[in-house]
Design a binder for this molecule. Structure first.
Ligand code: HEC
Length: 138
């Protein structure tokens, strides 16, 4: 009898272990460095999007090097794959930085990299991140 009760409970517990902060607004714990950095990245990326849509071709996304070192909610996130995604993201930022043309495409390639890492490590915010894409033809 006891086992029947305990096993589903353990299973649920495993499922709800946060690999990222699903809803930071309703959590009591202190937000992780990486979560704070990500919020800043989101805001800055949104500002850059607005500039590109308005036709500004001098935009630069700040290079958030701290992405490698900021402490995540779940320390297990810091594995090889995470660093590879982080590098790919920074390369996309560099490519936008040096681009003379096609800023919207380069910008969307940066958002692709946000999405790739999130698919693997933190799917929750993908709904929000997806809205950063610049629609074709802008
Ligand atoms: C290398 C992997 C990686 C990349 C690239 C990445 N993220 Fe994240 N992101 C994470 C992880 C892991 C978390 C969970 C942070 C935590 O809770 O410690 C996160 C959390 C977030 C959050 C939620 C923060 C909160 O309030 O808790 C947002 C929003 C977010 N990322 C947006 C972005 C945007 C926008 C980009 C691209 C500009 C991006 N991320 C690129 C891995 C990544």
């Amino acid at each position: 009898m006891h086992r029947i009760v305990i096993i589903p409970f353990l299973f649920l517990f495993a499922l709800t272990q946060p690999s990222c902060n699903p809803d930071s607004a309703v959590t009591d714990q202190k937000d992780a460095e990486l979560a704070l950095l990500m919020r800043k990245m989101f805001d800055e990326t949104l500002e850059v999007k607005k500039s590109i849509v308005q036709g500004d071709t001098t935009v630069e996304i700040p290079r958030f090097e701290d992405i490698h070192t900021a402490i995540p909610t779940d320390p297990d996130v810091h594995e090889e794959g995470f660093y590879a995604f982080a590098d790919a993201y920074l390369w996309a930022v560099d490519a936008l930085d040096v681009a003379d043309t096609a800023h919207a495409e380069h910008f969307n390639a940066v958002v692709d990299q946000c999405m790739h890492c999130h698919t693997e490590y933190c799917p929750g915010p993908k709904v929000r991140i997806k809205k950063l894409y610049i629609p074709e033809g802008r």
